[in-house]
Design a binder for this molecule. Sequence first.
Ligand code: TYM
Length: 340
Amino acid sequence: MTEILTENKAPDKKQVIYSAIQPSGNITLGNYIGALRNFSLFEDKESLFCVADLHSLTVRQDPAQLRKRSQSLAALYIACGLDPEKNVIYCQSHVPQHAELAWILNCYTYMGELNRMTQFKDKSQKHADNINAGLFTYPVLMAADILLYQTNIVPVGLDQKQHVEICRDIAQRFNGVYGDVFQIPEPYIRKTTAKIMSLSEPTKKMSKSDPDESFVSLFDEPDVIRRKIKRAVTDSEAEIRFDPENKPGVSNLLTILSALKNTTIEEVEKELSGLGYGALKEAAAETIVTEFAPIQSRYKEILADKTYLPNILKENAARAQYMALKTLRKVYKKVGLYQP
Ligand code: TYM
């Protein structure tokens, strides 16, 4: 299995690409740099990008907020440049085959495997009053998402690597019994941007479920972005140097800058050498503001048209269902479900 693909490895255009994001909070700069921004690397008629609304139910959601955030994330995919005519942009709950395949795969997944999932352990701690069965079997639903479409490549951040690995294990186990039913997917994780860190606690991953000041949201206004970056935790030295171990805050800002500017960290270090942290923060904030401005204005345009997005989502759900049914029928037949 390819551990972490290098940035130079060009994706093969003919492959099926699949990824998803949960509409469970503000979409962060971490989601954007670690995942969303990489989706367009694969822009191709076989790419599917999903609003993982069913996954969000593993944590209690406000129903009205969830509905709003689901539309918002779909609009954001398009605003980030993914063409909904070429890519299948859809909501998970509009394609019932996800839940159907997940049930079957549940019967081919071991409790022991699920017990090892670090995200389950983390989320159980965070939501100790609601450790539900869905939270435990979450990776099985994610495996169903990926396997339904005979996916080759799954672009994600580092925190999802373990989930893609269990998906591969389930698929290999199933194929071992029934023959080549599922394509075995590979994760695509960019080495340098696999884990964008929290602004307030730079040794922790930036997460949409953490306090507002710890992340930049794709919907933040320029002044909010500037304020949050200005307050980002750095260190007591004054040297702009990439050293994640000893200088996590500064290294995180360098990572963000180099990712958004499409340059190497060394180049950014060189550009800012001799300057203070104020200059680093200003450069980071302005780069983020410039990157987000066109996305935010396209996003507003998309939502201003009341019929555009619902129509796109309906059409794309039908396209996804057509693809998903092909796999599901094969699975039903293989496992012996009677289909008159
Ligand atoms: P989610 O919604 O938590 O995050 C969406 C994507 O953003 C990446 N990511 C990050 N990357 C770098 N630095 C960060 N700080 C950071 N935070 C988040 C995540 O790795 C992810 O790629 N289970 C998935 C959603 C999902 C999915 C799928 C993904 C459901 N089905 C099928 C791929 C394929 C999740 O909760 O991602």
